[in-house]
Design a protein around this ligand. Structure first.
Ligand code: NAP
Length: 350
């Protein structure tokens, strides 16, 4: 793959977990990376990614909700990687905490692209959450296998609001892309991302989920939840290819294979003896009964529609058109858990 280094590239949300490995890959390829961050004073780790690489990092201050704040960062860039979007599950107000930054933020960044003549391509970090809402949705599609032709139609502000935010944001991106013909939109729809942070443990919900497998909270059992999962480094590679392969187009489901939380726990158990890693799945009926008492996030509708179903998807387009080969998610999870151990965020049994 030919990577043009004559123009800088922009990465929004450069402090993020997924963005970190992408920034590193871009710097290794010798690019000048315009790193848009909310707080440049907290972005030392992003600058450090440039050390020992042929690339250059330039920090820019920008916020998804601050109209026009990406203009300066985008000036002169050929490719824009828009990764910034909140990935949190504990929220107070779904509109304010998820939908506004995802949707208004995407319109804000793509509005800058419309005003920036040098931009030829925008790579958007969407999610498989924009392809389906609940595992139960798969029962309504022919063959029960998800692919890029599907859209999430079942999430809303009160049910799976993160998925809703990603669906609205990707939809708006396609609307804006189709209304002009200078820049091309290429979308990456990753599954649940796992693997080590490029600069240690990050704030992404990915760390929160793997942490729960080792902090004792799920010692008595995990929800029977299955979804496509992917190594964070493969997600970065997918973005790079989406940015520079001349023929890359459309959406791409990016995941290695379906895994359940119990599958991950079974890989972690022998690698981390003595840690309170779950050994079984909780019965769905029990979760339905007590889930809402344990957490505001575990609603009865969520238990009914997302837990206890198999998840199937087709990653063929990403392999054929982006040429991706996938690393095993199990090994990535072990590396990620080791970072959590190192940071003292998971505990041995007393
Ligand atoms: P993350 O580490 O929390 O990254 C989110 C990034 O968005 C951070 O850089 C954050 O900046 C930035 N951000 C949030 N609100 C912002 C705002 N108002 N203005 C400017 N920047 C803002 O999470 P991640 O897992 O890497 O997620 C990155 C992208 O991947 C998101 O689009 C997410 O939806 C997508 N994705 C993630 C997964 C996954 O499993 N992790 C799966 C599929 C898709 P701060 O550092 O300042 O907070």
């Amino acid at each position: 793959m030919q990577i043009a280094t004559d123009k800088p590239v922009l990465v929004t949300g450069a402090t993020g977990y997924v963005a970190g490995w992408l920034v590193k890959r871009l710097l290794e390829a010798g690019l000048t990376v315009h790193a848009a961050v909310r707080d440049p004073d907290r972005a030392g780790a992003v600058v450090a990614l440039g050390e020992g690489t042929p690339g250059t990092v330039r920090l820019f201050k920008a916020d998804l909700l601050d109209e026009g704040s990406y203009d300066a960062a985008m000036a002169g860039c050929g490719v824009v990687f828009h990764t910034a979007s909140p990935f949190v599950t504990v929220i107070r107000d779904a509109q304010r905490d998820l939908v506004d930054p995802a949707l208004k933020g995407t319109r804000n960044v793509l509005g800058s692209a419309n005003r920036t003549a040098s931009v030829e391509r925008v790579v958007l970090t969407s999610s498989i959450a924009a392809v389906f809402g609940d595992q139960a949705d798969l029962q309504d599609i022919p063959g029960g296998v998800l692919s890029e032709i599907y859209w999430n139609t079942t999430s809303n502000l009160t049910h799976q609001p993160y998925s809703y935010s990603k669906t609205l944001a990707e939809g708006a991106a396609w609307e804006m892309a189709n209304a002009q013909d200078r820049w091309r939109l290429v979308v990456i729809n990753p599954g649940l991302v796992v693997g080590p942070g490029v600069s240690g443990v990050g704030r992404s919900e990915s760390f929160g989920m793997i942490r729960q497998l080792g902090n004792g909270k799920m010692k008595s059992g995990v929800p029977a939840y299955e979804i496509g999962m992917v190594d964070v480094r493969d997600v970065a590679e997918a973005h790079l290819r989406a940015g520079f392969l001349p023929d890359a187009e459309g959406r791409h489901m990016v995941f290695e294979a379906p895994y359940s939380f119990l599958d991950l726990a079974k890989v972690l158990k022998p690698a981390f003896p003595g840690y309170p890693i779950p050994e079984r799945e909780l019965p769905k009926a029990l979760l339905w009964l007590v889930g809402p008492l344990l957490s505001r996030q575990i609603t009865r509708k969520l238990v009914s529609r997302a837990f206890g179903y198999p998840w199937r998807g087709d990653n063929g387009k990403s392999r054929r058109e982006l040429g991706l080969t996938y690393r095993p998610v199990g090994a990535a999870t072990v590396e990620m858990f080791a970072q959590l151990v190192e940071a003292g965020l998971v505990g041995r049994r007393p």
